[in-house]
Design a protein around this ligand. Structure first.
Ligand SMILES: [Zn+2]
Length: 269
């Protein structure tokens, strides 16, 4: 009898271990969740099988307007399927009126609209990869220290015209201030001067999580470069649709825009 109980306990323990799901990060709009599962476990989110690193890590990003409920499905190596449900905190975003941006960037002429569309496609393509890098699991650092002049999610009006939300965190610093990589990765896009975003740099941190830096005066790395956390990658500028010199740091999980501020410590005073 005792033996039977012990065998049952061992069995129970083994199946619990096989379905273990560890998660870090906040279930809120704009949030990034880094998870870990035992080897051989499959993870599905919104009908998609996520890439799992050899160490069992994966990442999920929640968009600005993510729904109230999220669900992860895990299927263990011995076939145990489990649904894990989470409540997603809904945020309220502020309204930000921005005046003094170049009027040509508020109602651009048709040729510029075409150009901007092509450039947006280039950026989207650079964020499509599901690279087998695991820098997404690093503790992120600020790319530079300075006053925050814009936050994720704000509804923006440019020169009085309603526009798409602002997805980056803006840090106001003079042109030429050096920008550091918030985490390791690989450079997937460098552009000297896009219509809206000016000097643009995209670094892929792996599994679809990427950082985009815009309005740069100079990019100091090349497409394909491997980047380490803290490496100097660019210089602050005011190129594209910008009122003054600042770094605009955005993050994506594939096409979802996530909030970089949720991955770093509060900005030091
Ligand atoms: Zn910005």
């Amino acid at each position: 009898m005792l033996q039977k109980t012990a065998a049952f306990v061992v069995f129970l323990f083994a199946s619990m271990a096989a379905s273990a799901l560890e998660l870090k990060g906040d279930w809120q709009q704009g949030g990034v969740i880094v998870g870990k599962v035992p080897q051989g476990t499959l993870v599905e989110y919104r009908g998609k099988k996520l890439q799992i690193s050899p160490a069992g890590e994966f990442v999920i990003g929640l968009g600005r307007d993510a729904a109230r409920h999220a669900k992860i499905i895990t299927i263990s190596s011995d076939g145990l399927r489990q649904e894990h449900e989470f409540a997603v905190k809904q945020r309220t975003y502020n309204i930000q009126k921005v005046t003094g941006v170049p009027q040509r960037t508020v109602d651009p002429d048709p040729a510029q609209v075409e150009r901007a569309k092509r450039e947006a496609q280039m950026s989207a393509d650079a964020r499509k990869g599901d690279l087998p890098l695991t820098f997404f699991a690093q503790k992120f650092i600020w790319p530079l220290i300075g006053p925050i002049s814009g936050v994720y999610g704000s509804q923006r009006f440019y020169n009085g015209v309603p526009n798409s939300p602002h997805y980056g965190v803006d840090i106001a610093k003079p042109v030429g201030t050096l920008v550091k990589a918030p985490a390791g990765g690989v450079v997937t896009l460098v552009h000297p001067d896009m219509f809206f975003s000016g000097g643009t740099l995209i670094i892929d941190h792996g599994h679809g999580l990427s950082s985009t830096f815009i309005h740069l005066s100079e990019v100091l790395v090349k497409k394909g470069d491997a980047i380490t956390q803290g490496q100097i990658i660019a210089k602050v500028g005011k190129t594209g649709r910008a009122t003054g010199p600042h770094l605009d740091w955005r993050m994506n999980w594939f096409e979802e825009r996530v909030d970089p501020q949720l991955l770093v410590e509060p900005m030091p005073e």
